[in-house]
Design a protein around this ligand. Structure first.
Ligand code: ADP
Length: 414
């Protein structure tokens, strides 16, 4: 400032810098840092929880396998232990499927497979699947299918719809000690668009209001310190939410602590009248029980235990089972044995991957049925295997009935 002789200011100079942008960036950086820290914290909690979720069933499997070795076990006890091992294995598989599911969603790899789906059938499948468990717990499970069969056929992703329903009923059972669980759907019209609104209503522990939003977030449950000691990885609802949104709907919960919860989700109600009876054809093929002729089967598998398991599964139908653990050998054997009917092809092998082996075999043998089997369980695996020349695809762990169904599909005529 410049002053005159009397000390009064005459003029002033100043510099003004607008730091709004700088401040904004600062704020954004702080928020980003907090978010990163929060996400890091949640992931650590998630990993700790996951480790627990995997170790617990592992404990059941290894522990009871150990006990099974005891020679003086009664038959009853043996069966009981085997049952526990099976249950633990199924629980672990569920966790792994959830981890794969959420990873696929995060990586944007989840694809939709839209096809005609009978909603009533899906509800009934879920009902039938969970009925025994509900009975054991003394809970009344009921369902309602309001639409007549013809109108209940919509175009959607059947597997995803089933997964959502199964997950919600599974939760309802998990968090309900007594009372009932109702499962069903209704049609509704919102702003000229038709929807099916599904509901799963339980009389369980309920969810406090301040947690009702969070339970749909991934990793969240892992971080809730006071959570009750129920098993679970806190991923089921996050996966369900992603699936519902992919199908074009919404999911939410209405719940009161101590009284129960009702989970709702919507999917667009698009009827598809071009009914095909693809499903019926499939089923009739399955019904032609045990017609598979004796087959010559080649198992290409580098993991000894997996090969042993397949071989046991196939004993009943294979007249001759060949087994090989390397890709290059497999091509050779196929050349020397043109009468092989079926090849079960592992995909991940050290010398040559299953897709490459299949391509080689297809150069001289177009007829042999090749079923790929892999433990990766990633989307795109099936497509890659089929493109390489495989006829079908199975994901490990292999279930005996799935294998049998596929074999019937290719080898039972009529
Ligand atoms: P989890 O594997 O832990 O069950 P979910 O993502 O399926 O994971 O559910 C997240 C959380 O939401 C659960 O841990 C539980 O606290 C709560 N929750 C889900 N369904 C119900 C229900 N039917 N009744 C009460 N609480 C539920």
């Amino acid at each position: 400032t410049i002053f005159n002789e009397e000390g009064k200011p005459l003029s002033s100079f100043g510099i003004v810098i607008d730091i709004t942008e700088q401040k904004q960036i600062e704020q954004e950086l702080i928020i980003a840092k907090e978010k990163a820290e929060e996400s890091d914290r949640l992931k650590s909690a998630f990993l700790a929880n996951m480790s627990h979720e995997i170790r617990t069933p592992m404990n059941g499997i290894l522990g009871f396998a150990e006990l099974l070795k005891e020679s003086d076990l009664s038959g009853d006890k043996q069966q009981k232990y085997i049952g526990i091992i099976e249950k633990s294995g199924a629980r672990m598989l569920n966790i792994i499927n959830q981890i794969v599911g959420i990873s696929k969603i995060e990586a944007g790899l989840t694809e939709l497979d839209m096809k005609e789906t009978n909603v009533n059938e899906q509800i009934e499948y879920v009902y039938t699947f969970f009925k025994p468990e509900a009975e054991t717990k003394g809970i009344k499970l009921s369902f309602e299918n309001p639409l007549p069969a013809k109108e209940a056929i919509i175009k959607t992703d059947r597997e995803k719809l089933y997964a959502i329903l199964a997950n919600l009923v599974n939760n309802a059972l998990k968090y309900t000690e007594k009372g009932s669980i109702e499962l069903g759907y209704e049609t509704l019209d919102t702003r000229g668009r038709a929807y099916l609104r599904f509901y799963i209503k339980d009389t369980g522990i309920g969810i406090p209001e301040d947690r009702q939003g969070a339970i749909f977030d991934r990793f969240i449950q892992a971080d809730i310190a006071d959570r009750m000691a129920y098993q679970g990885a806190g991923l089921g609802l996050a996966i369900s939410k992603s699936y519902v949104e992919m199908l074009g709907g919404d999911i939410w919960v209405e719940s009161e602590e101590g009284k129960g919860s009702t989970f709702y989700f919507t999917i667009p109600y698009k009827m598809d009248h071009q009914e095909t009876d693809a499903q019926n054809v499939d089923e009739s093929a399955i019904e032609k029980e045990d017609q598979a002729k004796s087959l010559k089967v080649l198992i290409v598998e580098d993991d000894e235990l997996s090969a042993m398991l397949l071989s046991e599964y196939l004993q009943a139908i294979g007249k001759e089972i060949l087994q090989i653990s390397s890709g290059t050998e497999a091509v050779k054997i196929c050349k020397n044995h043109p009468d092989i009917d079926l090849i079960l092809m592992d995909i991940k092998m050290p010398d040559m991957d299953g897709e490459e082996v299949t391509r080689e075999i297809r150069k001289f043998n177009k007829d042999v049925v090749i079923i790929a089997q892999t433990a990766c369980g990633l989307s795109g695996d099936r497509k890659k295997a089929i493109e390489a020349g495989c006829d079908d695809y199975l994901a490990k762990p292999l279930i005996k009935t799935q294998l049998q169904t596929l074999i019937k599909k290719y080898f039972v005529k009529g």
